[in-house]
Ligand binder design. Sequence first.
Ligand SMILES: C[S@@+](CC[C@H](N)C(=O)[O-])C[C@H]1O[C@@H](n2cnc3c(N)ncnc32)[C@H](O)[C@@H]1O
Length: 287
Amino acid sequence: MSKPAKTAFAEREFEFTDVDFACVRELLESLAGIAVSENKRDMIYARLAGRLRAIGLRRVSDYCDRLRGGQDVRELEHFRNAMTTNLTGFFREPYHFDFLREQARGWAQAMRPQGRHLRIWSAGCSTGEEAYSIAIALREAIPDIDDWDVRILASDLNSEVLARARRGAYPREAIAGLDPSRVRRWFRRGVGRNDGWVRVVPELARMIDFEAFSLNGVWPSMVQMDAIFCRNVTIYFDADTTERLLRRFERILRPDGLLFVGHSETLKGLSDGFHLLGQTIYQRGRK
Ligand SMILES: C[S@@+](CC[C@H](N)C(=O)[O-])C[C@H]1O[C@@H](n2cnc3c(N)ncnc32)[C@H](O)[C@@H]1O
């Protein structure tokens, strides 16, 4: 006897209708600018299921009702945290940090009109590896950096990953691919109950300000940036949201400021306020 054919959808623990999916998509779009395509339905369900279990609801529609009013600020935060994808790593897309190091050497040698002053933003920093990699690249390039006025802003809308970024502690595997001399210089190994963990050295941590806010919402007041890293973030946005964000980046960057985007991201057709310098590295202004 042949086995019965598997149904297309396994029995679900929580009721999740088309209307519920539409509601979740709308909420994510308005809260985070994140556009969810139809083929992400199962991924969204899996992420929602964790929240429903945690707060004891049976149906996604009840969860939507709870979020829609906007009053339950705490649950909205859990929702945003559960819905974002946070994959990152130290020196991810290493050519960006090689470029930054070279650029910073140039800044150190040149008499820049703005003096020994640098502002860099890791926008969508996740658990912080990107911001610490920027700090390492700057320290490697500018030996007297402690005499400079340097701040790195590291922001994300996910408060959970940002708390981890602030801690600066990582499982040892996170630095497995790094050059051993870099590991010795920039990380401290945990001992006792922190065995298996490493922590970034305080010289790096004190260069960074961590702030939770959404890129498509209100930003805290900012001075002009020398460079913005916004990598592997706009892949989750639709074209309109990305265009708006690029216009805001253009305004906040100094005239020849740099914008680093992820390996699969491009500004083509979205902004004519930048020109391409090299592998997904843009500079403000037309060529
Ligand atoms: C895939 S991670 C990329 C991390 C890092 N930039 C990198 O390339 O390794 C994307 C990050 O963007 C954040 N994010 C997504 N939408 C955001 C928004 N509207 N505002 C701020 N951060 C956002 C997510 O929480 C997540 O931590």
